[in-house]
Design a protein around this ligand. Structure first.
Ligand SMILES: [Zn+2]
Length: 280
């Protein structure tokens, strides 16, 4: 397996290279994975944060591979995934392809696709084919892309290596997220290339494990809600529900907990009270 070394193109399978951005952190793990995909020309998938050093590395990688970048494609428009597209587009003649950005204050607001992507769209990557799969949940404009020849899924932030992803309402939805996980089980996949972390070698097992993990967490939310004196907020429940998670992560965990409460509300198991939630 290729190590995650920032800046250097790492060949993964024929026609796919990963270039790790220089943005490691609590929310990004080792950093954002940008991918170069294609044979005679390249698609740049998730160009990464606005960082000229990373753009330099991406352009140098394409030079080294010996094929031009003709398209920038994004899984979603969070600021660690799409903003480098703007500098790439200033320096190269590329087509920007991807979803439009929701207006929730968390997005790359400059992002405007030349070609908006739709579910099931087939995108040419220099002789290879990527198929778009709508996977709302982490955010409502999220897409995964399946490289059909290798059955390799570029999973963006729908599934990342080594951690669960944050689902922040209102643009994030837990019910949509879990439905999108189930949807992936209809695809035959042999490899998953996430937006953060290493390649995932057993994608189907990873998806099933993630579903089970989320359902177990949801049960904990429901148990804690039933045990609490209502109304109770996500913030008041987080210490109990995420007892297995270090306290410094409880701030972001509160967002996903709120997403679980909204899902329970949709299912009639919880209801929003004045300043919190109660079990039904
Ligand atoms: Zn994201």
């Amino acid at each position: 397996m290729s190590a995650l070394i920032p800046g250097k193109p790492a060949p993964l399978v024929p026609g796919v290279w990963r270039v790790l951005a220089l943005n490691p952190g609590m929310m990004t793990g080792p950093g954002t994975n940008s991918y170069l995909i294609g044979r005679d020309s390249l698609v740049l998938l998730d160009p990464g944060p606005a960082d000229s050093r990373h753009v330099d590395n991406l352009l140098a990688a394409a030079e080294q591979i010996g094929a031009p970048i003709e398209r920038v494609l994004v899984t979603h428009t969070h600021r660690d995934h799409s903003p480098a597209a703007h500098e790439v587009a200033e320096r190269l003649n590329v087509t920007l392809t991807g979803p439009t950005a929701p207006d929730d204050g968390l997005q790359d607001e400059r992002w405007q696709p030349d070609e908006p992507v739709t579910d099931g769209a087939r995108i040419d990557a220099g002789g290879l084919t990527l198929r778009a799969i709508a996977t709302p949940g982490h955010v409502d404009n999220h897409f995964c892309y399946l490289l059909e020849s290798e059955r390799m899924l570029f999973s963006g932030d729908h599934l990342i290596h080594g951690s669960t992803v944050v689902i922040a309402p209102p643009s994030g939805s837990m019910s949509a997220y879990i439905a999108s996980l189930y949807r992936l089980l209809d695809e035959s996949m042999t490899l998953m290339a996430p937006g953060h972390g290493e390649l995932i070698r057993e994608p189907e097992e990873y998806v099933r494990h993630t579903i089970a993990h989320r359902e177990k967490r949801e049960q904990k939310v429901l148990d804690a809600l039933r045990a609490a004196r209502p109304p109770v907020s996500a913030k008041e429940l987080v210490g109990e529900v995420y007892r297995d998670v270090p306290a410094f992560l409880h701030g972001v965990a509160t967002l996903s907990l709120e997403a679980h409460l909204i899902k329970l509300g949709e299912e009639g198991l919880a209801e929003a009270a004045d300043d919190g939630w109660r079990a039904c």
